[in-house]
Structures are given as structure tokens and as C-alpha cells.
Design a protein around this ligand. Structure first.
Ligand code: XIL
Length: 338
């Protein structure tokens, strides 16, 4: 079935063909915005502040993407900093933007060891179980029907493939993962439920562990729909080996795959050669997803170097996004969308 973006693209192409004058006048330009050159959801992480205060940020986001993922606004520490005291303002703003502009939303994220409010660490096992269920039910219930997909469990593995000893793992044991997915399905039966992680792009110990877990969950009838591959890459480490094969093996289990947080950082200062390598990494990420029918989403972790987590998190690195600080497309953008 053609998605509306594809229909639009065909119409644009027909119009351009019919109107020679318009075609002659047009400068060399991309075929259209990113969201119109693919039948995958194309998204970006979004922060409520620039969305509200920067018209150019909002307009490029609206033009290029058809999915948004709240960068921090749905995290537990943000929505319930004190037990029972909620703040949904940023999350509401992003969901309202999405509703008004016809964007899909990826909910991010429900069960995660990081950006967890302090009070959660002090609960007994029984209280933690109840709090986790309540958190999932409250967040998903609030936006029921408005969120296409949720990252239910985030970053539960160590790089060597063992389970991260988060408070959930330590107090609730292995079963917390299945519990989280069952509660999530009950809270919003229409939402696609994902497990999400980083350093799981290629074939390695961590992606093997993830693969073995989701295969087991499927066998046990646990309601999981997809695997999110974050794809925070860095040019100095090389492109992950076996990326395509890895997506393939998850799809073969009958799961959807989403690239959920793509960015490709470079060591600063950036130069033409580094941005060219970055472009080839983004293109490989994009093509690998598009080679597998069940890779349904390609979301970047921010779209502009003006607003990216990279410089603050990885000192000396940056320039990780498709658009520069002035919202001009970088070589990575034009490699994907020539
Ligand atoms: C990051 C945000 O971008 C930062 O603003 C915040 O300070 C820390 O978290 N993996 C994830 C995201 O799943 O939630 C993280 O987002 C980046 C790594």
C-alpha cells in the first residue's frame, strides 16, 4: 500500500514533468524532504524547548520528518521527579505538536536505569514492582492512541551481553522484562512495543544477547513487537560489522526493527573528510534499514548540530547530525537524499 508520502512524491514528480517552465526554473534540489523519499517513518528526537521557542527548528522538523521522539520529556525522572508528583508539560507539548502536524510519536522510554528519579532506588522489591507497573500504565494511558511505538525497556544489557545490574534487575530478577511488556500491552493495546539498546547495530556479544532474549520472549508469548537499534556511531570506531545481517535476523523472528537514535559523531574540529566519512555511515545506516522490509523506522537523535547531546556527553566530539547549526543540510543529508 502506498503511504501518503509516496503518493505526494508521485504527484510532485508528475507536476514537475508536466511543467517544463517550473522544471527549468528550479535550482538543483533534493527530490523532496526526507519523509517523502521513503515509506519508512523518518524521525528525529525533539526537545520541547527549541520546539516552542525556535521557529526555524520547528519548521525544518515539520518539513523533513514524520516521526518525533521526545528526547527527555517522557523519562521517569522528568515526569515523576517525586513520588506521585507528575509533570507532563514537555511530553504534552510534543504530543500536541505531533497531533496537530500529523506526525507519529515514538514514546521514550519506560523502564531504564538512567534518568530514573532517586526515590525509585529506595523502594522495596514489592514497591518497585508496583511503581513500575503504575509508571507504565500512567504514561501509556495518558497518551493512549497517540503513540505509535514505545521503547518499553531501554539499555538492559552490558556490552559483553550480560544483563545490566539495574535496580530492576537486582530487585525483581530476570522476569521484570516480560512483566513490563505485559503491562505495556494492557495499557495501550494498539502501541507497538519495543526493546531498545545501543552498540547492537552489528553482530557482537551484545546483539547476540538481545537476539537470544527476544527470541525467548517471543517463544513465551510475551507481547513484544520490535527491536530498537539506537545507532549512536562515531567515525573513529569504524562502521559496525554485520549491520545488515543483524537487522535481518531480528526481522526473521517476526519482529519489526527501528533505527531509533541515529547520529554519527566526529572528533572536533570537523572537516570535509570527516563529514564525508560521516555521510557514508549515515548512508549505510539508511540503506541497511531500507534493505529489510521489517525495518519500519529511521529516527535520528536530533536533526541539527545546534541541538545535540553529543558535545555535552562526549567531550571533543560533535557535529553528529544531518543538519548544521544553521539548519543547512550537511553531506550526510545529501548522501541520503541527493
Ligand atoms: C540523552 C539525551 O539526549 C540527553 O539530553 C540527556 O541528558 C541524556 O539522555 N540513549 C537513550 C537516550 O536512550 O535517551 C539518551 O538521550 C541517549 C542515549
Amino acid at each position: 500500500m502506498l503511504r501518503t508520502s509516496q503518493v505526494r512524491r508521485v504527484l510532485v514528480a508528475m507536476t514537475a514533468f508536466a511543467s517544463v517552465a517550473a522544471w527549468q526554473a528550479a535550482p538543483a534540489a533534493a527530490a523532496g524532504p526526507l519523509k517523502d523519499i521513503t515509506n519508512r517513518y523518518v524521525g528525529s528526537a525533539v526537545a520541547a524547548n527549541p520546539l516552542a521557542s525556535q521557529a526555524d527548528y520547528r519548521s525544518v522538523l515539520t518539513r523533513e520528518f514524520d516521526n518525533v521522539t521526545p528526547e527527555n520529556e517522557m523519562k521517569w525522572a522528568v515526569v515523576e521527579p517525586n513520588r506521585g508528583q507528575y509533570n507532563w508539560s514537555g511530553a504534552d507539548a510534543i504530543v500536541n505538536y505531533a497531533q496537530q502536524n500529523g506526525k507519529s510519536v515514538r514514546g521514550h522510554t519506560l523502564v531504564w536505569h538512567s534518568q530514573l528519579p532517586g526515590w525509585v532506588n529506595n523502594l522495596s522489591a514489592a514497591e518497585l514492582r508496583t511503581a513500575m507497573q503504575r509508571h507504565i500504565t500512567t504514561a501509556m494511558g495518558r497518551y493512549k492512541g497517540k503513540i505509535r511505538a514505545w521503547d518499553v525497556v531501554n539499555e538492559m544489557f552490558n556490552d559483553n551481553g550480560t544483563r545490566r545490574q539495574s535496580v530492576f534487575q537486582q530487585k525483581l530478577g530476570d522476569g521484570y522484562v516480560a512483566d513490563a511488556f505485559r503491562w505495556a500491552r494492557a495499557a495501550d493495546p494498539a502501541a507497538k512495543l519495543y526493546i531498545n539498546d545501543y552498540n547492537t547495530e552489528g553482530l557482537n556479544a551484545k546483539s547476540d544477547a538481545l537476539y537470544n532474549l527476544v527470541r525467548t520472549l517471543k517463544q513465551q508469548g510475551v507481547p513484544i513487537d520490535g527491536v530498537g537499534i539506537q545507532a549512536h556511531l562515531a567515525t573513529q570506531y569504524g562502521f559496525p560489522g554485520g549491520y545488515q545481517a543483524n537487522i535481518d535476523r531480528f526481522a526473521a523472528l517476526g519482529l519489526d526493527v527501528a533505527i531509533t537514535e541515529a547520529d554519527v559523531r566526529v572528533q572536533l574540529p570537523a572537516d570535509a573528510a570527516k563529514l564525508n566519512t560521516q555521510a557514508s555511515y549515515f548512508k549505510q545506516l539508511w540503506d541497511g534499514c531500507h534493505a529489510v522490509a521489517r525495518c519500519v523506522e529511521f529516527t535520528t537523535w536530533g536533526f541539527t548540530d545546534r541541538h545535540s547531546w553529543v558535545p555535552g556527553t562526549f567531550p571533543g566530539e560533535g557535529a553528529a547530525c544531518l543538519f548544521d547549526t544553521n539548519l543547512q543540510p550537511k553531506p550526510a543529508y545529501t548522501r541520503i537524499n541527493p
